[in-house]
Design a protein around this ligand. Structure first.
Ligand code: PAF
Length: 286
């Protein structure tokens, strides 16, 4: 595999591949790779001729400066992890902030109501920063397909919307959440959990999957209250818990408002913010 730090060298190598009509699969990441990322890379390698992985901690998508500063970074470890999945002419693109942002970024996207709820409400500016960087990356890599994990389910919806706004011919492939054996959704932030918070963090998935499988127990509002109460009792702090339509991401008040409902949650585990989501199984006659 080749590792490039500049846009021009990356473009040059990609053009050499596309001149040979190679199909490019792209996996954008912020590094601190784990099995969740590797499952995306492995799928991209199966479904394309070549894979490009970007590793860039995007400063403009962090609404919390402390989170940006403490975000885990270890390029050497990431390269080692990627090695078994990448061929000689596959690419790791690891630019610096100055390379990605030679000028201050001012672009403002309008993602409509997709960006007003959940992560959009609690992390102002976050999705604009994601949109700006993913648009730049897509224009550098020009992939046929790009792979994103469903843990950031709202981000996936925003990126699909971005490809429509920017008229980008890239197919967005959602990939299922990869979990630790105890159910905790894999995240680069998990390594920063204290031992105590790491031991109670699996309750997030337990609480939302139990509620999603038992929606006959109450209304969305009632189940949200039960989830929040259960988790807050453990020492986790629920920021939001929401039952929402998978496409519009708008919260539902009644189970029959949508055929495709997901339960979304964000929790503060000490200093670390964790998110997760789970699909509610379809129940007939609800
Ligand atoms: O999901 C992430 O890791 C980031 O938000 C992304 C898509 C790489 C953009 O910086």
């Amino acid at each position: 595999m080749k590792i490039f730090e500049t846009v021009s060298s990356t473009r040059e190598h990609i053009h050499a591949l596309t001149d040979k009509h190679k199909r490019i699969g792209f996996v954008p990441t912020m590094g601190a790779l784990h099995e969740g990322h590797l499952s995306l890379v492995s799928r991209a390698a199966i479904e394309n001729d070549n894979v490009v992985v970007s590793i860039f901690v995007n400063p403009i998508q962090f609404n919390n400066p402390d989170d940006l500063e403490k975000y885990p970074r270890d390029l050497e470890a990431d390269v080692r992890l990627l090695q078994p999945y990448l061929k000689d002419d596959d690419i790791i693109f690891a630019p610096s902030p100055a390379e990605m942002y030679p000028r201050p970024e001012t672009h403002q996207y309008d993602f409509g109501t997709l960006a007003n709820v959940m992560e959009g409400r609690f992390r102002p500016g976050h999705f604009n920063g994601v949109g700006v960087v993913v648009n730049k990356l897509f224009r550098i890599v020009e992939p046929q397909t790009a792979y994103f994990g469903e843990k950031d389910f709202q981000q996936l919806a925003i990126i699909k919307c971005l490809t429509v706004i920017e008229e980008l011919p890239v197919q967005i492939i959602p990939c299922e959440i990869v979990r630790e054996p105890d159910g905790l959704a894999m995240s680069s932030r998990n390594v920063r959990l204290t031992t105590d918070y790491r031991s109670i963090a699996p309750m997030i998935y337990q609480a939302i999957s139990h509620a999603a499988a038992n929606i006959d127990l109450g209304t969305p509002l009632e189940l949200k209250k039960i989830i929040a109460k259960t988790l807050n009792r453990t020492g986790l702090e629920v920021e939001y818990v929401e039952f929402a339509d998978e496409t519009s991401l708008q919260p539902v008040k009644r189970w029959n408002e949508s055929d495709n409902i997901r339960c979304f949650i964000a929790v503060q585990a000490g200093e670390i913010r964790l998110i997760d989501n789970v699909k509610c199984p379809k129940q007939f006659g609800r």
